[in-house]
Design a protein around this ligand. Sequence first.
Ligand code: FDA
Length: 302
Amino acid sequence: MLSPLLLAAARSRRMRGLVTSMPLTRGVVDRFVAGEDLDAALGTVRGLDAGGLRVTLDHLGEDTKDRGQAEATRDAYLELFAAFAEQGLAGGADASVKLSALGQALPGDLALDHARDICAAAGRVGMTVTLDMEDHTTVDSTLEILGKLRVDFPWVGVAIQAMLRRTDGDLRDLVGDGSRVRLVKGAYAEPESVAHQSKRDVDRAYVRGLRTLMRGDGYPMVGSHDPRIIEIALALAAGRSPSSYEFQMLYGIRTAEQRRLAEAHQMRVYVPYGADWYGYFMRRLAERPANLVFFLRSFVSR
Ligand code: FDA
């Protein structure tokens, strides 16, 4: 009941103004976001790196309708790659990119051009790029841009959402040699016409997707914190080389499990940073009602 309300709030300008202006929000946001600037993110990355965890960095931002803002997002990624290279953190690291922050909703090929700049810069320092997947209206455009990017940068990955009814077909097209696919359940409020609505149906679709990916020739990235999903992924991966797939979890969620998995498997942490944390934060609240209680408690306990 609460999740749809929180996901609607994630898109509301009024709620954004309200939540981001509350002085006490920050402490709760810090649980999920590595900081507002690159320096803070680098500190987090060094800690994770020391613990044997790989990273994918997300410079927070989405849904821009402003060319200048889209350029600023591209530049933030270029700055990130330069800093990673300078500090010796680039090898094996990845960047997660939301095309809507690069101008996907603006006319022309702006998002593609910005994504190309980002991929070229990432490639120069030995990093990879993964396209996040946003709401269902953007999937066709994201997959089309992915196809164009892969001509020059075959290592570009993409997130695919198990909740979408189209996903079985999309995955069959994405299991080719070297194809990097991050399977996630899906974090957006979607209508019944395009998406499974119950947890049971989403979980079943996720397992179907895992089967397709693990049988394929690509590089599956298991993006989930769900203990049952992780167990099934481990069983399905038996027989694959340990370097041919990886687990991924979000910064601040099930951190002990992240470290445990990293002892025997490739484990990557998705590290978001930046000032535009509102949408990301609200989706994390929506995933788990207990987070909302924690958030509200921080107000009354002061
Ligand atoms: P599920 O929601 O069933 O949670 C399983 C367990 O994990 C919970 O019982 C709880 O213990 C823990 N948990 C999950 N979420 C939590 C939270 N917010 N706070 C505290 N505990 C939590 N989505 C999308 O639409 N597009 C994308 O590009 C991405 N990218 C992405 C990258 C990576 C690396 C991950 C791990 C996830 C995403 N997602 C995403 C988000 C994804 O779609 C999904 O919403 C969340 O991962 C939650 O689903 P789980 O698979 O963890 O299962």
